[in-house]
Design a protein around this ligand. Structure first.
Ligand code: PMP
Length: 408
């Protein structure tokens, strides 16, 4: 296990905000010095475009950019760095997959099998794909606490033409790690492909795409200690080859002719038109290396430890309702009895605690758990049990009057 005080010292946001308790890493994480340095170095030492300059600084930045595919491949245990497509983030990656299903991979009456825990970014693109292909969407029946039942899932395949299974690795509200390896095995047995939203899973859980055998995995740099503006679509090479880009322009084409013919470059370049977020990719490179140095097994274990610690402390309070007592990956959804989530969040803000309230972009989840708004505390490697203790003391003394006063 890593030394959390040493880790905290790597993060300027922690060093510069001694009194802040930041429990909103699920929205975006803090960044360590080395990520910020990579961005600063780019802008101060070798600011240039990639793949376009025949001079040293451009050649150097192009090499680091391209080498980031190898880092990310190692990070998720992909064999082939060409399977790593850079995007602007999870939303862009998830859209690219759904767009291709809508246009190329689905036929009329085919079924997209998904769930009601999805973040908007992993369901709205599939609504569009359904529309485009005249396909159908079906929802896997989850347990009332949104945990996954493999038996009910397998039953969904009976007499249905399911072509793709769309799920998150970790729900951004409930924090469960879904059994993706089993889910994928069952999908493949029935001839369906699997697209996983890794936005909340990849930063917290050791991922091995070879072992999981998923067909697509999308994630964002900014939730895994890297900068915003960059992200990844991992896809199996033979599938990426069959896909078309959503955008056309510079750097993704080998040739084009005045009759309109476009000869695209190979995977992954064909998906990366225009100047990308170069500094984002360089920062993501350092973030992935930092996480690998901490050890993703340790990151996962520490996340589980903080989650358990917080839930166990909350369980002793009469004024709290917890919605995901079995959460594993640094996400706890709860409410203070009789207090509107946003009022409580505003009061906690006054007490120096930053956390999120609302539906967390998972607007169908209320159909499963029967709650529309929750407070959501999310942890990362720089959070501590001392912060949790301080927060629990605040929660103990929270009343509706204090919350209402804080918003007046
Ligand atoms: N999926 C999940 C589960 C998320 O939590 C998020 C971000 N809140 C996204 C997708 C979208 O990620 P991004 O905004 O980085 O594109």
């Amino acid at each position: 296990m890593f030394d959390v005080n040493k880790v905290r010292n790597d993060f300027p946001m922690i060093r510069n905000n001694k009194d802040l308790i930041y429990f909103d890493s699920g929205a975006t994480s803090f960044k360590p010095d080395r990520v910020i340095k990579a961005i600063m170095d780019y802008y101060t030492l070798y600011n240039s475009n990639i793949h376009r300059g025949d001079y040293d600084i451009s050649i150097s930045v192009s090499k680091t950019y391209d080498d980031t595919r190898k880092t990310i491949a190692r990070f998720i245990n992909a064999d082939d760095p060409r399977c790593i497509v850079f995007s602007s983030g999870s939303t862009a990656s998830l859209n690219l997959v759904a767009y291709n299903f809508g246009r190329n991979f689905l036929k009329e009456c085919d079924v997209i099998l998904t769930s009601q825990v999805e973040h908007a970014s992993n369901i709205l693109p599939w609504f569009k794909a359904r529309e485009e292909a005249k396909a159908n969407i079906e929802y896997i029946p989850l347990n009332p606490d949104a945990t996954f039942d493999l038996k009910k899932y397998e039953e969904c395949f009976k007499d249905k033409n399911i072509k793709v299974v769309v799920l998150p690795y970790v729900s951004n509200v409930m924090g469960y790690i879904y059994p993706i390896k089993e889910i994928t095995r069952i999908a493949h047995e029935h001839g369906a492909l699997v697209s996983i939203d890794g936005a909340q899973g990849v930063p917290h859980v050791k991922i091995d795409v070879k072992d999981l055998d998923v067909d697509f995995l999308s994630f964002s740099s900014h939730k895994m200690l890297g900068p915003a503006g960059a992200g990844v679509l991992y896809g199996k090479y033979e599938l990426l080859e069959k896909m078309e880009p959503m955008m056309y322009g510079g750097d993704s084409n080998a040739r084009f002719y005045n009759d309109g013919t476009i000869i695209l470059k190979n995977v992954p370049e064909k998906f990366e038109s225009g100047t990308p977020c170069i500094e984002g990719v360089l920062g993501m490179n350092e973030a992935a290396k930092y996480l690998m140095e901490l050890g993703m097994e340790n990151v996962e274990e520490y996340g589980r430890y903080l989650t358990r610690y917080f839930i166990d402390r909350l369980k002793n309070l009469d004024n709290v309702e917890i919605y995901n007592p079995e959460s594993e990956a640094g996400i706890v959804a709860f409410n203070l009895k009789g207090i509107f989530a946003q009022d409580a969040a505003s009061y906690f803000n006054k007490c120096g605690v930053a956390l999120r309230s609302g539906n967390h972009c998972a607007k169908l989840l209320q159909n499963v758990i029967n709650v529309t708004e929750t407070l959501r505390a999310t942890f990362n490697v720089y959070n501590t049990t001392e912060e949790i203790d301080r927060f629990v003391d605040i929660i103990k003394d929270t009343t509706i009057e204090k919350c209402v006063d804080s918003i007046l």
